[in-house]
Write a protein that binds this ligand. Structure first.
Ligand code: FES
Length: 166
């Protein structure tokens, strides 16, 4: 299911259904924050209102989970297409513009380019954990992301890149 197309960064990033948009962006090195958020943000608690993204297109109405009560309160005076990345869980492929409060040179051109490429389906389910051999204890040193096989990213040219950047 989900691929997040970051329009400003010209990157497609795969994630698993239900992953937090902010956490996926941070994991992939996508800059979510303007200056204020870089200087100090709430770490994803929905309090600093600095992790704006604009949902440009994708997945119908339910590409992201519904606005939380925090967003309903904090985004009252913002465009209806804006979300707080830390409050949104990704359910289907979606196209977002990070830092929508910051201008984007040739916005319409960039949006047109992003919309012209089909959104890939991406992973449809979390991977099964590897079966432990009989009598073998599961390895605790392995991080959950590694154990789950962190999804790969794709470049703007459509090539698939492994998540570790090699
Ligand atoms: S990180 Fe503070 S509101 Fe999202």
């Amino acid at each position: 299911m989900p691929v997040i197309r970051f329009v400003r960064e010209q990157r497609d990033v795969e994630c698993y259904p239900g992953e937090n948009l902010r956490e996926v962006a941070l994991r992939e090195g996508i800059e979510l924050y303007g200056l204020k958020g870089r200087l100090g943000n709430c770490g994803g608690c929905g309090q600093c209102i600095t992790c704006f993204v604009e949902v440009v297109e994708g997945g119908g109405d339910n590409a992201l989970t519904e606005q939380t009560s925090v967003e309903l309160m904090k985004l009252k005076r913002r465009p209806q297409t804006w979300r707080l990345a830390c409050q949104a869980l990704v359910q289907k492929s979606v196209m977002v513009l990070t830092r929508p409060q910051v201008g984007l040179a040739d916005r319409e051109g960039e949006l047109g380019r992003a919309r012209s490429l089909p959104l890939p389906e991406g992973p449809t389910a979390w991977p099964e954990p590897p079966a432990a051999a009989e009598g073998e204890e599961p390895q605790e040193s392995e991080t959950p992301a590694k154990a789950a096989g962190t999804p790969s990213t794709t470049s703007g040219e459509g090539g698939v890149l492994p998540a570790d950047g090699r």
